[in-house]
Design a protein around this ligand. Structure first.
Ligand code: HAM
Length: 422
């Protein structure tokens, strides 16, 4: 790369062909699956008022304190490139009163998210999520439907070795008792905690359970466990979900330390972890957030959702997807007149799918055949000066090397027939 060329911003992940083709295959599978379960797509703003994230993800989280792309626009409003999708979906749910239109709203989204994290394998500053949120359903059947649907997606994409980690964070009734217990526990170990955890301990002690700092991890090994403090309703909700997952024979591990890095969760939280991803091992994550809609100014509405890290999913699924499909025929003109003759046929054949290739640069027969071979086409259709004089084209089967002549007035018809047989 030359010195005066402009590059992307560090850590902003872009997707080039042929990888972009594989991304689309996976995205199509995701859309088909979700639409089958009654989800509809939301396409939302990438830029939001900063306050939205501070109020939803939580002011004392790593995302809000350290990772947001926040700036003032020309009117001095503080704006933030969305670091995740849930807050925006909830904002839209309230803004457009979606709860008044349908009792249950199932919404999905696909798109880029932005976090100022240290870029490394599986972790970027612009990354992409496939996400979904359900509003209006409190039942653990909803949690089970969504988790089993995700497992189904992994299965469809032949992604193996993904393990579901599951926890319940309780509700506004039972969590305060747990918070107090945890706070007292952390106070006794204050000196072993990192400065962030020490600072957050009073207002948000649960953050310490999610801290990656080795000394904090060590300090919370024997911390009180939230699943010991759940109220009856939360306990039943969680065991109802576990029973449905057991009945469906979906493997999972209950992980009482799984509190997630965002503050809005209540009850079920989960992560799908994959061994093949190294340190950044969560391929999808989410949970229930029954209070967030109301906290952002809407009516009390239970909600459950997830987001898949698209880059991480592709690391697991990429090479197991169907190979790129090859065009059926390469049109091989030798000279400008032949190119003019084949151009309308090329346009017609490709009207509904990529069937034919045509090179406009008038290359030699040898180089055009070589390219056709590399592209893996089934037939080449060669027209040179001799063929022009006779009003025919040579049709060559690239596998058998068999050649036949097709007359110009029947070219389209003959090719369509061959394509049909193929
Ligand atoms: P999250 O755990 O912050 O949750 O992100 C979800 C997934 O996005 C992660 O499991 C990971 O696969 C991917 N991801 C996160 N950060 C990065 C990064 N820097 N580079 C690459 N991939 C990344 C949420 O975002 C919640 N909104 C999920 C949710 C939806 N909860 C309820 N509804």
């Amino acid at each position: 790369m030359k010195k005066n060329q402009i590059k992307t911003v560090k850590g902003f992940n872009e997707v080039l062909p042929p990888e972009s083709f594989r991304w689309r295959l996976v995205e199509d599978k995701f859309r088909d699956l979700l639409e089958g379960y009654g989800f509809a797509e939301l396409r939302l703003a990438l830029l939001e008022p900063t306050e939205l994230f501070a109020r939803s993800i939580g002011g004392e989280t790593d995302i809000v304190e350290k990772e947001m792309y926040t700036f003032s626009d020309r009117s001095d409003r503080s704006l933030t490139l969305r670091p995740e999708g849930t807050a925006s979906v909830v904002r839209a749910f309230n803004q457009y009163s979606l709860g008044k239109i349908n009792e249950i709203n199932k919404l999905y989204y696909v798109g880029p998210m932005f976090r100022y994290e240290r870029p490394q394998k599986g972790r970027y500053r612009q990354f992409h999520q496939l996400g979904a949120e359900v509003f209006g359903e409190e039942s653990f059947f909803q949690d089970a439907e969504t988790l089993l649907m995700l497992a189904q997606l992994f299965h469809t994409l032949s992604v193996e070795g993904v393990v579901l980690h599951l926890n319940s964070l309780g509700c506004e009734l039972c969590r305060p008792t747990f918070r107090d217990q945890l706070k007292s526990f952390l106070l006794e170990r204050q000196t072993s905690l990192c400065s962030d955890c020490q600072r957050r301990m009073q207002e948000n002690p649960l953050r310490a359970l999610d801290c990656k700092n080795p000394s904090c991890r060590e300090a919370v090994v024997d911390a009180p466990q939230i699943n010991q403090s759940l109220c009856d309703d939360c306990r039943q909700h969680f065991s109802g979900l576990c029973t449905l997952l057991d009945n469906a024979e979906l493997d999972y591990q209950v992980n009482p330390k799984l509190v997630r890095g965002l503050d809005y969760y209540t009850r079920t939280t989960f992560e799908f972890l994959a061994g093949g991803l190294g340190a950044q091992n969560a391929v999808a994550a989410g949970g229930r957030y029954d209070r967030l809609v109301a906290e952002l100014g809407g009516k009390m509405t239970p909600a459950f959702g997830f987001a898949i890290g698209f880059e991480r999913l592709m690391m697991l699924a990429g090479d197991k997807l169907a190979p790129l499909s090859s065009p059926f025929v390469a049109l091989v003109p030798l000279g400008e007149e032949a190119l003019r003759l084949l151009f309308p046929l090329y346009m017609e054949l490709n009207r509904s799918a990529k069937v034919a290739t045509l090179n406009f640069q008038q290359k030699s027969l040898k180089s055009q055949l070589k390219k056709a071979d590399r592209d893996g086409v089934k037939y080449t259709l060669i027209v040179g000066p001799d063929e022009l004089a006779q009003g025919v084209a040579i049709c060559r089967n690239m596998q058998t090397k068999e050649q036949t002549q097709l007359s110009f007035d029947k070219l389209g018809e003959a090719l369509r027939e061959l394509y049909h047989e193929y």
